[in-house]
Structure formats: structure tokens, C-alpha cells
Design a protein. Structure first.
Lengths: 309, 254
């Protein structure tokens, strides 16, 4: 069990005020499970990643794995930016990495099961820069797992991957985590992936605002939600509240979410031919819905703004 | 002690693989000093007083020093590249001692410098010189010491830099004058007093003179003047220790 207890961290600057990045953060990540850490930019995710990997010194609190510090060979790390040597082959990358951990590695020593699950067995002699982004990520994961860590920490490992590669990578990650009994901490802004994790820890302004299984986080939203898009949704919102017991949530100026309902139920109250309505859709609730419900603002929009910049 | 050996070996071999796999780098490393030696020795043959020796012969060890200087220092560009490519973050979070980063870069820079210098030595028959084994052995030792020290200088500068272009600009600004005023190109004796004073402030002067003296042992070419062996070893050895300690502190702080 990874235990993070009462961590606070403040960045001091010579010029300008100090910035408090984390405030009394506590949560646990069980072995055999992927724990996703999500939150908007500046919420403290990266600071947490740097503290867990030892890149930053702890100022307050503790980080332990089964009551011991998770450093050295007990820790496997996958960084957001690639940490591979693109001029070397896959095997050379693995062998050089193993030596940093004090192990000499021959091809015969490579764990066959790991190579198979990552589909790298036939690619050991390929130069890393000849591999696709998805396979480069798999090599990163193989590197991190090569030293038999007990804690695996990944920072935005899906950067640059398409949807299929992302899904495949996460499936492999989840399989390895369960198979090896790892405590896996996944820092990500990919909410669709985080929804598939066993546990989600939600950060906002340096604090943990939720720490639950995704299904428990979303239980108030029911199995399905309905989203109405249009220009003037206040009147429609008021009519739904007056005429039914459906709970509503404003996702944005032009989007109204109706919790735990069906399209048929909504259409009994709302006329889809109403000129103010552009679109009505039924879908499963998402972590973005939950985040807006809790904080009053969107999580993904902060990420999109950053990408646009 | 054993904990540092394998990581150091790993990072050292990795840098050598990079060097060997970049054919253009190998060709440039050997070709450039060859061209410089041919043109300078022909151009200054009758203009420079080389203490009675043929100028091409006098310049030969100086060119080897140039090779070692540039090879050692520019090998540390890999520090900036490793940081930019993200490779360094993996090393920093591993249990490898931080000192292994400094040692491996120093060893890689020195190995590359020695390899290039030895390749250049194939031109030795064209000078008409015959060297003694004692001279060759001492020369290799001094080149290794030069490689370690200058890689230390390059490491110190590259560790805190983010741009390879900036590193090139700064190193060229520093290296060319350092080499020109090292005694490799012309001896300080007979130059203006202010120039001779600058040469004596240049740490490279001490190792270059030492190298020339070792190189010409038993060849019949005498290197007159210059600092004593003891002073040269003290100045250059001191510089190595200072650069190594500062580099180690820098790496441990990050």
C-alpha cells in the first residue's frame, strides 16, 4: 500500500511571493490497482509526481510504500517526456537502464512474460527512433518494470498517443499492475482513461477534493445522463426542475446536464422542436461532469486552453 | 565503490556508442585537424621561430592538443542533449550515484579525445619524426589528464545550459584563444611581454608545454624554456580537482 500522508509543499521564489502547490494532501493507493491522479493544470499533480519520485525533497508529511520509503529499485518511473535514448536499440536501452540499478542484463535474462505482454520480443534489435510512439511508450514501461519495482509512477504517459494506442497501453498497464501486485500511480488528464482506473484522486488547487472508485464518484449521476445544448437554457432548466424530480447541472453556458434520466423521460417535459434547443443527447456520465458539479468549472477546458497556447 | 562502477560504465559506453555511430562526427573530428595542420604548417613555415625545428614538426603536438581540447570539451554537449531528450531525468531518479554522471562524462570525453588523437598520429611518418616509446607513453598519459580536465570544464558549463547553440558559442569564444595562447601555435618566448603574461595565465599552456616535452623525448627536437614539470603538473592537476569538485556539487544539488 502506498501511503501519502499530510503532504504540503511550497515553492519559494527570490522575486515574488511563495506559491503553495500542495496543502495537507493524504490518500492511499492499493497494490494491484491503478490509482489515477487527475486535476486541472496547476492543481498540484506534477508536484506530487516529483515528490513521489524523489525529484523534489519532502517539506512536510510522508510518502511510504508498506511503511518504507519507495526509492531506488522499489520505484519505477515513466515520465511525460520520453526518457529513452533514441539512437540505441530497444535492448540497449533496457540493458543500460538495468546497469544504472546495478544489474548486468543479457537478452536471456529479459522477463519473457513482460516482453510478450508489451509485444516487444520481436523488436529488441530495432532502434528506438524507428518505433511508433505507442511502442516507444511500451519500451518506457518495460524500462520502468525491468527492475521489479513495487511502486510504478507514470506522469501523463499517453502524451502523443492516438486513442487506440492509449487504450491498448492502459490495458497493458492495468494487466501488469494486477499481475505483479504493483501500486500504480497514474498522473493524467485523460479523463476517459482515468474512468477505467480502480481509484481516482481528484486534485483542485493543491488539495484532494475526491478520492473514490470512479463508479462511486459518479453514482449521483445514475447510469445515463441527458445533455441539452442550446442558446437560452435557463428557462428550460427551470421548466424541468418544476415539472420533474430530475436534478440538473449547467456544464457550460450552452450545455445543461440532466442527471440519472433517460431521453424518453426528458422528452416528456421538453419539446425537442423548441427553437432554443440545438441538440439533445443521452450518454454515460463522465469525471468531467463530476468535476464541474464539485467545483463549478470545467477540468478539461484548462487543459485545452494550455494546448491551444 | 562497486555501486558507482556499473552505472559509470553504462553511461560511458553509451556515449562511446553515440560517437561511433555518428559517422559524420568521426570524419569531421579527424579531417578538421588534418586540414589545419597542413595549411598552418605550410603557411607559417618561414614566419614562425620554432626554436630551430621545422614548423610542421613543432606544430604537430600542438594539433594533437587541439584535437584533445575540442574533442573533450565538445563531448559534453551530450549533457545538454541528454537533458533535452529527457534521458537525464531517468538517470537522476535511478539509484545510480550522482558522481557516476560526472565520472562517465569525463571518461567518455577522454576516451574520444584519445581515440581521435591516436588516429591523427598515423600522419607521424610524414613529419620525419621518430618517437621513443617512453615519449609516446608519457604523451598518452598527459593527453588523458588533459581530456579529464577539459571534459570537467565542458561539463561545468554544459550542466547549467539549455541550448547547444549557446554552448557552441561560449566554448568557441573560450577555446580558440585558449588554444592559440597555449604555446601550441607559437612559443611565448620572443612575443610581447603582455602576450607572454596572458599565455602564462592560461592553464592550457602548462599542459601543452608538458606534452611537447614528453612528445619530443628521444626525437632530437628540443623544447626550450617553459614551466618546469612540477609547476605544470601542480597547475593542471589543481585545475582538475577544482573542476571535478564543483561539477560533483552541481550534480548533487540538482
Amino acid at each position: 500500500m502506498l501511503s501519502i500522508g499530510n503532504i504540503s509543499h511550497t515553492y519559494s521564489h527570490r522575486k515574488g511571493p511563495a506559491v503553495r502547490a500542495l496543502r495537507a494532501v493524504s490518500f492511499e493507493a492499493a497494490r494491484g490497482e491503478v490509482t489515477a491522479v487527475i486535476g486541472p493544470n496547476g492543481s498540484g499533480k506534477s508536484t506530487l509526481f516529483r515528490l513521489v519520485t524523489g525529484a523534489l525533497a519532502l517539506q512536510q508529511g510522508h510518502i511510504t510504500l508498506d511503511d518504507r520509503a519507495p526509492s531506488g529499485a522499489r520505484l519505477g518511473v515513466v515520465f511525460q517526456s520520453p526518457a529513452l535514448d533514441r539512437q540505441l536499440t530497444v535492448f540497449e536501452n533496457l540493458a543500460h537502464h538495468a546497469m544504472l540499478y546495478g544489474r548486468r542484463l543479457k537478452k536471456a535474462d529479459l522477463p519473457a512474460a513482460l516482453l510478450d505482454v508489451l509485444d516487444l520480443r520481436g523488436r529488441l534489435e530495432a532502434r528506438v527512433d524507428e518505433l511508433s510512439g505507442g511502442f516507444q511508450r511500451r519500451v518506457e514501461l518495460a524500462k520502468a518494470l525491468l527492475t521489479d519495482p513495487e511502486l510504478l509512477v507514470l506522469d501523463e504517459p499517453f502524451t502523443g498517443l492516438d486513442v487506440n494506442a492509449r487504450d491498448a497501453f492502459f490495458s497493458v498497464l492495468q494487466h501488469i499492475t494486477a499481475d505483479r501486485g504493483l501500486a500504480t500511480l497514474l498522473v493524467t488528464h485523460e479523463l476517459s482513461i482515468a474512468t477505467r482506473a480502480e481509484r481516482v484522486v481528484l486534485f483542485e488547487q493543491g488539495e484532494v477534493i475526491a478520492d473514490e472508485r470512479p463508479a462511486d464518484l459518479l453514482k449521483d449521476f445514475g447510469r445515463m445522463v441527458v445533455v441539452i445544448r442550446g442558446a437560452d437554457l435557463s428557462a428550460i432548466d427551470a421548466r424541468i426542475r418544476a415539472a420533474s424530480s430530475i436534478a440538473t447541472l449547467r456544464l457550460a453556458d450552452d450545455a445543461l446536464l440532466l442527471k440519472d434520466t433517460t431521453l424518453q423521460e426528458v422528452l416528456m417535459t421538453v419539446d425537442e422542436r423548441d427553437g432554443r434547443i440545438d441538440d439533445i443527447e443521452a450518454r454515460r456520465p463522465t469525471l468531467e461532469d463530476y468535476f464541474i458539479d464539485r467545483t463549478g468549472h470545467a477540468l478539461q477546458s484548462a487543459v485545452e486552453e494550455l494546448k491551444a497556447a | 565503490m562497486t555501486a558507482i562502477l556499473l552505472p559509470t560504465y553504462s553511461l560511458w559506453v553509451r556515449d562511446l556508442k553515440h560517437f561511433i555511430r555518428q559517422r559524420s562526427r568521426v570524419i569531421g573530428a579527424v579531417g578538421q585537424p588534418f586540414v589545419i595542420w597542413i595549411f598552418l604548417s605550410a603557411g607559417f613555415k618561414n614566419s614562425v621561430n620554432a626554436g630551430g625545428a621545422d614548423y610542421g614538426v613543432y606544430l604537430f603536438p600542438g594539433i594533437i592538443m587541439l584535437i584533445a581540447l575540442f574533442a573533450a570539451i565538445f563531448s559534453t554537449i551530450s549533457v545538454i542533449e541528454d537533458r533535452k531528450s529527457g534521458f537525464l531525468q531517468g538517470v537522476l531518479t535511478s539509484p545510480a550515484p550522482r558522481a557516476s554522471i560526472v565520472w562517465s562524462k569525463m571518461l567518455a570525453g577522454t576516451t574520444i579525445a584519445l581515440l581521435q588523437s591516436v588516429v591523427f598520429m598515423v600522419l607521424l611518418p610524414f613529419t620525419g619524426l621518430s618517437l621513443s616509446w617512453e615519449g609516446i607513453g608519457l604523451s598518452v598519459l598527459i593527453l588523458a589528464a588533459t581530456g579529464m580536465t577539459l571534459t570537467g570544464l565542458g561539463f561545468l558549463i554544459s550542466w547549467s545550459m539549455t541550448s547547444t547553440q549557446g554552448f557552441h558559442a561560449i566554448m568557441n569564444l573560450l577555446l580558440i584563444p585558449m588554444w592559440l595562447l597555449s604555446g601550441a601555435f607559437f612559443p611565448p618566448e620572443g612575443t610581447a611581454s603582455w602576450l607572454a603574461a596572458i599565455i602564462r595565465l592560461n592553464p592550457l599552456y602548462y599542459v601543452t608545454t608538458l606534452f611537447q616535452k614528453a612528445f619530443f623525448i628521444g626525437s632530437g627536437v628540443a623544447v626550450a624554456g617553459g614551466p618546469s614539470v612540477g609547476v605544470s603538473v601542480a597547475v593542471f592537476g589543481g585545475l582538475f580537482i577544482v573542476l571535478f569538485v564543483i561539477s560533483l556539487r552541481l550534480v548533487r544539488k540538482s
